[in-house]
Design a binder for this molecule. Structure first.
Ligand code: C5P
Length: 396
């Protein structure tokens, strides 16, 4: 848990700062926000206060705000300062040391790490003035979360759109965690629920949302690992991993894993279907008149986790998940032995309270160890797992 000062300046992307705020809170941080006058044209101090659970700071001239916690205290309090979005005007003020409102004054008094996520029209971004200002800020050690290329609110297309929220969060986490305990380690993570084709339009699927696997990929990234995320379809935006591979079924997931090896760590967070069609139909299956029953011929899919655990190129750590509806601990332990992995994270899905949710109730199981982690946010489960992995590598 860290203390983050989030400065929101006045661009159309200001509303996305609310999502950044929500995610930082979800990761367990305390977040205080300063809104510039421009930002308040787009979002209200009330929504910021509601989401942060803290007063929203807006002005240098309010005797109550300044008396309670002045601009100097705000930056002294923070571990890191993040500006989302950073407008061209605010970047210019930062570059030249202007201090004419609470946000710019706080930054001038700040000695903590600063990250900025610029967002503006492509011509403003590419203007020599902005370019020179950015060079000044970079030279001063300000970390820039680069804008993306894309369509903008003004209708133009080009570089200048605010970076994805996930990318901003990952950059903030990395700044908070500079020692990168998993630097140099390659981690392969599978996520999502596979889809096994019945015919060209139908599939056998499951309820996995991919959230736990994506959270692990994010935490691994923040710990400095090189991450390959092999994902079956999800509704999620992937974190900015080095290697993202989109797959659909168990066979293509296995092929992608084979391609990504060797690795130091393999984490099988995907819900891989156990069965696929023995012979998927080449054309859409028809309903025949008078037919009440359809029998599908299924065959076993490859067990990716077991395959990796017994591979000639076996990663030093192989971690599986066990979603159980009964006898959770016994079944999870049996799975550990049968598949030959090192650790299993077991969860009880009997009440179906895990799929799609932000929380997970997890037991950590190794050969000679069992820990009940209780109910945690999926991001916290991910963080704990990554901490364990880091501890494992530092102890061997
Ligand atoms: O055997 P079960 O499906 O319960 O095991 C779950 C674990 O095994 C998960 O880590 C999952 O990713 C992995 N698995 C796999 N390939 C399969 C089935 C499961 O990698 N075909």
């Amino acid at each position: 848990m860290k203390k983050i000062l989030l400065i929101i300046t006045g661009g159309v992307a200001a509303f996305k700062a609310l999502e950044v705020l929500r995610q930082l809170k979800k990761n367990g941080h305390i977040v205080r926000c300063i809104l510039t006058a421009g930002a308040q044209e787009f979002i209200t101090p009330l929504s910021v206060a509601a989401l942060s659970g803290e007063q929203a700071y807006t002005t240098l001239w309010d005797t109550t705000q300044e008396a309670e916690i002045g601009h100097i205290q705000l930056v002294r309090w923070a571990d890191v300062v993040v500006v989302v979005p950073a407008t061209a005007n605010f970047i210019a003020k930062m570059a030249h040391g202007l201090a004419d409102d609470l946000a710019s004054t706080a930054l001038l008094a700040n000695i903590n790490p600063v990250l900025i996520a610029p967002a503006m029209n492509v011509r403003m971004w590419e203007h020599p003035a902005t370019y020179a200002n950015m060079a000044l800020l970079r030279a001063r050690g300000v970390q820039v979360i680069a804008p993306e290329v894309g369509e903008m609110a003004c209708g133009e297309v080009g570089e200048g759109r605010l970076a994805a929220v996930e990318g901003i969060i990952a950059a903030v986490q990395a700044a908070l965690n500079p020692d990168h305990p998993l630097k140099g380690k390659h981690m392969i993570i599978t996520a999502g629920g596979t889809r096994e084709a019945i015919d060209p339009v139908r599939f056998i699927g499951n309820h996995s949302s991919g959230k736990q696997g994506y959270a692990i990929a994010t935490a691994a990234l923040q710990a400095g690992a090189r991450v390959t995320l092999i994902s079956a379809p999800t509704g999620l935006t992937p974190p900015p991993v080095a290697n993202y591979v989109a797959v659909s079924d168990a066979a293509s997931m296995l092929a992608a894993v084979e391609q990504a090896l060797p690795a130091d760590v393999f984490i099988g967070a995907a819900a891989v279907a156990d069965w696929c069609m023995a012979d998927p139909a080449a054309q859409k299956l028809k309903k025949n008149d008078g037919q009440d029953v359809l029998t599908l011929n299924l065959r076993k899919t490859p067990d990716i986790l077991a395959h990796v655990a017994q591979h000639a190129n076996r990663p030093a750590l192989v971690v599986g998940f066990a979603a159980e509806t009964e006898n959770m601990l016994e079944n999870a332990r049996a799975k550990l032995v049968k598949k030959g992995c090192d650790w299993v994270l077991a969860n009880d899905v009997s009440a179906n309270q895990v799929f799609g949710q932000d929380t997970n109730a997890v037991h950590f199981i190794a050969y000679n160890l069992h820990e009940d982690w209780g109910t945690l946010l999926k991001m916290q489960v991910a963080q704990r797992l990554v901490d364990k992995i880091a501890a494992h590598f530092h102890s061997v």
